[in-house]
Design a protein around this ligand. Structure first.
Ligand SMILES: [Zn+2]
Ligand SMILES: [Zn+2]
Length: 410
């Protein structure tokens, strides 16, 4: 059972409540482009997960069958034990995800938003390839693969609600558990907050291993990453650090450095690369959020694209067992393509218009060639019709040429 799929309605209900709170309190924690970007990254993460999970799951099952030290019978304590041990493994996975170049390249997606709201929780990486290694000790201890998947899903679902600025510190609960306050610290780029609070459910690990930092009243979190993404392209969000590492690897003169750079502490660069290709230093006192002003039509159109991407993504997740691997890959490629195109629409890039027409051509070909259930054909057909009408008659209102703008407020 895919628990995360069943939690999706709850996620959207809580996002709706947070949006109502935003209206009622007059806060400014949401922006359409940022939220769509986070939500699309979430869909991409689930999509690539479908293709990527085969290998790690196979390794886990083989390790469990061949190396398990104990035979663990299902009971309430074994489930509780699995839940706690999973979070311990998660702590180290997450910590290394921040502290090692190649792992940060994948995890950076989750931190690339300069906002902090419940949509940020869904901005997950689609490009992580090594996370599973951190959970292999559970196979060796003897935890069934089903137990691993279940506690892993519950761990991820728990982490959703902490991505909010509306909940203050929670007294004694702050001592034991990950909370909105101590996770806000984790997402902040202020010097004192960098590389702190890695826990998923229990903040105790951070207290034990010396990585805890409390949220301070006089140091308001500035969300985002030091080397800002400055893009609404969710595919670029997944690869921009890999790209920087590959460039540095190429430029490095010593072959040892070409290898070491991937496994060194995050931010480490070979001395010659640092000297010949310096990166600009970030001054947080001059921090401005990345933004590109959008017309109302663009916001409406972008929201429609997100709905289409989510619809196709959910269809794949619900029907994954009845599709061949080739079909799964084709749908994933379509979602990647549609996400790229949607990102370029929000960046006011004129190329996006051509990409969008190709997308509708692909949907049309699918509708003509495949016999899909009637309600899906209707849903896709109607969505395509609305999109095409907007694109035909409001093209100039979707793409304008105002270009990037840095927001003045924080
Ligand atoms: Zn993190
Ligand atoms: Zn987070």
């Amino acid at each position: 059972m895919n628990i995360i799929l069943y939690a999706v309605p709850l996620f959207f209900l809580l996002i709706a409540i947070e949006l109502l709170l935003e209206k009622a309190k007059g806060t400014d924690y949401y922006r359409v482009n940022d939220s769509i970007n986070s939500l699309t990254a979430g869909v991409l993460s689930r999509m690539t997960g479908i293709i990527k999970q085969l290998f790690p799951l196979t390794v886990y099952v083989v390790a469990y069958e061949q190396l398990a030290l104990f035979e663990i019978e299902p009971s309430w304590w074994s489930w509780l034990g699995a839940f706690v041990i999973y979070d311990f493994c998660y702590y180290w996975n997450h910590r290394l995800g921040h502290e090692m170049n190649i792992l940060w390249a994948a995890h950076v997606v989750h931190h690339s938003s300069e906002e902090y709201n419940l949509t940020t929780a869904l901005r997950q990486s689609g490009s992580s390839v090594f996370s599973w290694i951190f959970y292999l000790p559970m196979a060796i201890l003897g935890f069934d693969p089903i137990v691993l998947i279940t506690v892993g899903s519950l761990n991820l679902i728990y982490q959703f609600w902490v991505h909010t600025r509306h909940i203050p510190k929670l007294g004694w609960y702050e001592w034991v558990f990950v909370t909105p306050s101590n996770h806000r610290v984790h997402h902040a780029q202020n010097q004192i907050y960098i590389d702190r609070n890695y826990g998923g459910v229990f903040i105790l690990w951070d207290r034990i291993f010396g990585s805890f930092q409390e949220e301070l009243d006089n140091d308001k979190p500035i969300y985002g990453i030091r080397k800002a993404l400055k893009s609404w392209n969710p595919l670029w969000a997944n690869v921009h650090v890999y790209s920087q590492l590959a460039k540095d690897c190429w430029h490095a003169k010593r072959w040892q450095d070409k290898l070491l750079i991937w496994f060194k502490r995050t931010g480490w660069r070979p001395a010659d690369v640092e000297q010949n290709y310096p990166l600009s230093k970030v001054d947080l006192t001059k921090f401005r959020k990345f933004d590109i002003p959008l017309t109302l039509i663009n916001k409406f159109y972008s929201l429609l694209q997100y709905l289409l991407i989510t619809f196709v993504g959910l269809l794949l997740m619900m029907n994954v067992a009845s599709l061949t691997l080739a079909e799964q890959i084709l749908v994933v490629i379509f979602v990647l393509y549609a996400s790229l195109s949607a990102g370029l629409v929000m960046e006011n890039n004129p190329i996006a218009i051509y990409l969008e027409w190709v997308k509708y051509l692909l949907v049309l070909i699918t509708l003509l060639m495949y016999s899909l259930p009637e309600w899906i054909e209707w849903a896709l057909g109607i969505s395509m019709l609305i999109n095409v009408v907007v694109l035909l008659f409001k093209k100039n209102d979707i793409i304008n040429s105002t270009g990037p703008l840095m927001e003045a407020n924080n």
